[in-house]
Design a protein around this ligand. Structure first.
Ligand code: NAD
Length: 317
């Protein structure tokens, strides 16, 4: 039996816990600073509630850190030092400096799984696009457009408005797309960005980042909490022999044009896939799918976008 203890019994904690409960030989429990949240988590998903983080450590084999993002580092380091496998929600931390103690703790016990919730890698549309790009089906990638967002997260989650807790849109939302770009198209060498909230550090935010890739391709990533529609995401990847596009608000399938003509409709729940991969890594059945270093690399691009939006200058990586 693998016992997974959740720190943070909020929205995402419950999503992950429900998926874990679909797997054989896995149980879940939660500690939350609001004890009523841990208790309702337990009754909702069929797990336990813990009165303290120490109790969680004592009764868990693995820890999922699903608190507001400014708290990820301390909990992840404590869990690793206690000898637990760790899943850290994205963004791994709010800055690469904050992630250093996690890297130190993880590298001192390499047999522990330490992974970051870059869940886009399990979204079927993104996975299919990744595979087609990697197979050379769009030719030489040139123009890469990604966007993500909706309104400011609400319903008891006011901490998102305080960028010292959430990081603002580049760190909170853009980090998904930055991870995908690094994974699929390779290194980023330069970032120029603008955002509404980078200087104020609070409230609603909208950001646009232009990235130069080492390959010469140009990417632009739009991240927003200022869109009145339901949350949405989209991409358009253009290369020398084809183009892939998808928009969650209008299309159920990835549309391919040029050499990669057609519609692609893969299916599976990305959050279930992510939890299956975490458990498979703990059981030694598969390598860690998203390493701590991957999470930090995506964060570094997000951090560069924030730096550029604050200073007005380009940031070289
Ligand atoms: N992968 C995704 O698509 C995705 C989507 C949304 C949020 N997230 C990430 O998930 C994390 C949690 O977001 P959420 O939407 O679940 O937020 P949430 O506000 O719904 O849940 C956070 C929980 O943490 C608890 N908490 C606060 N301080 C704590 C402390 N000191 N110790 C223990 N618990 C504490 C809160 O009481 C709350 O129950 C964030 O890092 C966020 O960026 C990821």
């Amino acid at each position: 039996m693998i016992r997974v203890g959740f720190v943070g019994a909020g929205r995402l904690g419950r999503v992950h816990a429900r998926h874990l409960m679909r797997l054989p030989e896995v149980s879940v429990g939660a500690f939350d600073v609001v004890s009523a949240s841990a208790e309702s988590f337990a009754s909702e998903v069929g797990g336990s509630s813990f009165a303290s983080f120490d109790e969680l450590l004592e009764k868990s084999d693995a820890v999922a850190v699903v608190t507001p993002s400014d708290l990820h580092a301390d909990y992840a380091v404590a869990a690793l030092n206690a000898g637990k496998h760790v899943f850290i929600e994205k963004p791994v931390t709010l800055s690469t400096a904050e992630a250093l103690p996690i890297s130190e703790a993880a590298s001192s016990i390499p047999e522990l799984v330490c992974t970051v919730g870059q869940v886009l890698r399990w979204f079927p549309m993104y996975l299919r696009a990744h595979e087609l790009v990697k197979a050379g089906e769009i030719g030489l990638p040139a123009a890469l457009r990604m966007s993500r967002g909706g309104g400011l997260p609400g319903a008891g989650r006011a901490w998102f408005e305080d960028h010292s807790k959430s990081g603002g849109v580049f760190i909170d939302l853009g980090v998904h797309d930055f991870d995908f770009l690094l994974w699929t198209f390779g290194a980023v060498t330069e970032v120029v960005a603008r955002s509404v909230g980078a200087k104020t550090g609070s409230g609603v935010d909208y950001g646009l980042a232009t990235l130069t890739m080492a390959s010469g391709a140009v990417a632009h990533v739009e991240s927003t909490w200022m869109d009145p529609e339901d949350p949405g995401m989209s991409f358009e990847f253009c290369g020398s022999s084809g183009m892939l596009e998808w928009d969650s608000r209008t299309a159920g399938t990835v549309r391919g044009m040029g050499r990669v003509d057609g519609h692609f409709m893969p299916d599976d729940d990305p959050f279930f896939g992510q939890m299956k991969a975490f458990v498979a890594a703990i059981r030694g059945e598969a390598p860690v799918a998203v390493s701590l270093a991957d999470g930090v690399a995506a964060l570094r691009v997000a951090e560069a976008a924030l730096e550029s939006a604050r200073s007005g200058l380009r940031v070289r990586l």
